[in-house]
Write a protein that binds this ligand. Structure first.
Ligand code: HEM
Length: 144
């Protein structure tokens, strides 16, 4: 889990992003697929599609809203070691089952502070780095 201080910084950085979660969730996925185009191929709905087609797809919102809802749970429970332990394990098992591993989340970790900054939300780079570090470790423990 994160320290209470880092969890607080995360909550401050996340609040304005999640306040407009539909549009910002879409922007997050588009930013990820722009910087790491191969990421899109993990999703059945996006595999082999151009970025323009993905942006026009009604599936974009379905996928981005699931991601943002789960990120919100991680941020809300970031300092709770018990909840984080079970959430991380479930998350890693689920994503490993989709063929997604630590490399994909190293990509997310590298672009997330820039994404937050692009929305003029408060920075929390070290805290985001720690949160995605927990996810990366959980995936590595799951063998991915
Ligand atoms: C599915 C969350 C990043 C690939 C899901 C689901 C959630 C989720 C909640 C739905 C699980 C279900 O309903 O069974 C997240 C969060 C992420 C993240 C919080 C943090 C940024 C990624 C990344 C990739 C990825 C970086 C791949 C590059 C997938 C795939 C599925 C999935 C392939 C299966 C369903 C589908 O094809 O839409 N994710 N995810 N996720 N995720 Fe992630």
């Amino acid at each position: 889990a994160l320290s209470a201080a880092d969890a607080g910084l995360l909550a401050q950085s996340w609040a304005p992003v999640f306040a407009n979660s539909a549009a910002n969730g879409d922007s997050f996925l588009v930013a990820l697929f722009t910087q790491f185009p191969e990421s899109a191929n993990f999703f059945n709905d996006f595999k082999g599609k151009s970025l323009a087609d993905i942006q026009a797809s009604p599936k974009l919102r379905d996928v981005s809203s699931r991601i943002f809802a789960r990120l919100n749970e991680f941020v809300s429970n970031a300092a709770d070691a018990g909840k984080m332990g079970s959430m991380l394990q479930q998350f890693a098992t689920e994503h490993a089952g989709f063929g997604v591993g630590s490399a994909q989340f190293q990509n997310v970790r590298s672009m997330f502070p820039g994404f937050v900054a692009s929305l003029s939300a408060p920075a929390g780079d070290a805290a985001w780095n720690s949160l995605f570090g927990l996810i990366i470790s959980a995936l590595q423990s799951a063998g991915k």
